[in-house]
Design a binder for this molecule. Structure first.
Ligand SMILES: *Cc1c(COP(=O)(O)O)cnc(C)c1O
Length: 418
């Protein structure tokens, strides 16, 4: 069972004002999660969570995260511009990009962001772009191979393929990059790695921390560069399915603390600040896509047609990702029907659910599609001339605020040449 953060009664009131479909966010849930993250790493004085803007690029969300002490992790020109306009500055901005255009490095530098270099060749590219190297700089590490965690009877609890990923530098390249950056004037160094996505395991960050801490000790000894910060990046997952266990960020923080005490402190590196760049963990559960049932179709299968489509939430279509669905007002009804829940795109993968057991659905019912707070609206697109939906924020006082209006046909036509 998954319970929506909004009641049926609240949703009836909201949909009387704002037409479906829309993404709705839970301010209280977001703030509480940011506080849990901060508390879990409070043992590390320099700790900061840099919210991955790409997960939910909305200024109002960024501003409330800033109130909770978060920075931002940007990966493009417009994400940097948005963060600047939201008041983030200097060390509050991490710039973790790859295949980076020169103008993005220039803006990141102008804002005083911490630049995280994805490749060895970017050292000279950055140097030639800026005419100098910033004093504080970070490099992204890719240890290659296969990353595995927690073998169990069903296979590996977490498994991902850094050796097949386009990101980061090899271990020898890290040494070379640090040496060159040092020679070009860098004074304060960081390392970053992102080895697995949407991990459901309290062991992911601690295992990653061990790899990065050990590497940091070696690098500082080899190159003499002072490592001031280590960035665990994103990858902490959420339980999209109701039967999956959630990560416990307090346990994760404690696991990282143990690695820190064992590896960094004895090496005289107890001054290293930790960074995270969570997106999914911080926002995912605190957003949902609200959509209304338009049609029912009975052919070889039973179809429920809703007013949202994959252009509003792409994950099921591209990854076959599971998103739980609650039929509002029928929370306690037996799930004795089997449906495909579809959008209207001329694409057969435009299905929010396939063969899903749900209560009997009627035309006009409101569906809550859960866990769309991260990588939901953000991955939206305009295929089939579909328009991006509104985004709404449910405040702790129960009031709802429009934090992005829905696109209109004028928005869609605005870039066209007639
Ligand atoms: C996408 C991304 C993140 C956020 O990842 P989540 O899985 O949402 O936590 C963090 N850092 C970088 C560099 C990313 O590309």
């Amino acid at each position: 069972m998954k319970t929506p953060f909004v009641t049926n009664r609240q949703l009836q009131e909201i949909t009387a004002v704002y037409p479906t479909p829309f993404h709705l966010y839970d301010e209280r849930g977001i703030r509480d999660c940011a506080r849990r993250i901060r508390a879990a790493f409070s043992w590390n004085p320099g700790f900061r969570e840099y919210f991955a803007v790409k997960a939910t690029p909305n200024p109002q969300i960024l501003k409330l995260l800033r109130e909770e002490g978060c920075g931002v992790d940007c990966s493009s020109l417009t994400e940097l511009m948005m963060s600047d306009r939201c008041g983030f500055a200097g060390p509050e901005i991490m710039f973790s990009s790859n295949d980076t255009p020169a103008e993005e490095f220039r803006l990141a530098d102008r804002l005083g962001a911490t630049i995280n270099l994805d490749d060895l060749t970017h050292v000279d590219y950055l140097y030639h772009t800026l005419g100098r190297i910033p004093e504080t700089i970070s490099c992204r590490y890719n240890p290659g191979g296969v990353f595995q965690l927690g073998a169990s009877q069903e296979g590996f609890q977490v498994m991902d393929n850094p050796g097949q990923a386009k990101y980061g530098m090899t271990r020898p390249q890290l040494t070379e990059a640090f040496t060159r950056l040092r020679d070009l004037g860098a004074k304060e160094f960081g390392i970053h790695a992102f080895l697995a996505s949407n991990t459901l395991s309290n062991d992911y960050y601690p295992a990653l921390a061990r790899i990065l801490f050990t590497t940091a000790v070696e690098l500082q000894r080899e190159t003499g560069c002072h490592i001031g910060f280590i960035n665990l990046s994103g990858g902490v997952g959420i339980p999209y399915r109701p039967d999956q266990p959630a990560n416990d960020i307090a346990v994760i923080g404690e696991g990282v603390r143990q690695a820190y005490e064992e590896i960094l402190v004895p090496a005289g590196m107890g001054d290293v600040a930790l960074c995270t760049e969570m997106g999914r963990f911080l926002l995912g559960p605190y957003g949902c896509l609200v959509t209304r049932v338009l049609h029912q179709k009975h052919t070889y299968k039973e179809y429920i047609g809703v007013d949202a489509c994959a252009a509003n939430l792409m994950r099921p279509a591209i990854y076959g990702a599971y998103h739980h669905i609650t039929v509002m007002g029928k929370e306690d009804a037996p799930c004795d029907h089997v449906y495909d829940v579809t959008g209207s795109l001329c694409e057969n993968n435009d299905k929010f659910a396939v063969d899903r057991a749900l209560p009997q659905i009627d035309i006009g019912d409101l569906l809550v599609i859960h866990d769309t707070g991260a990588h939901g609206f953000a991955m939206g697109y305009q295929y089939n001339g579909k328009l991006r939906s509104a985004e709404l924020l449910l405040q702790p006082d129960g009031q709802v605020r429009l934090i992005r209006r829905a696109e209109t046909p004028d928005d869609y036509f605005a870039t066209m040449v007639w």
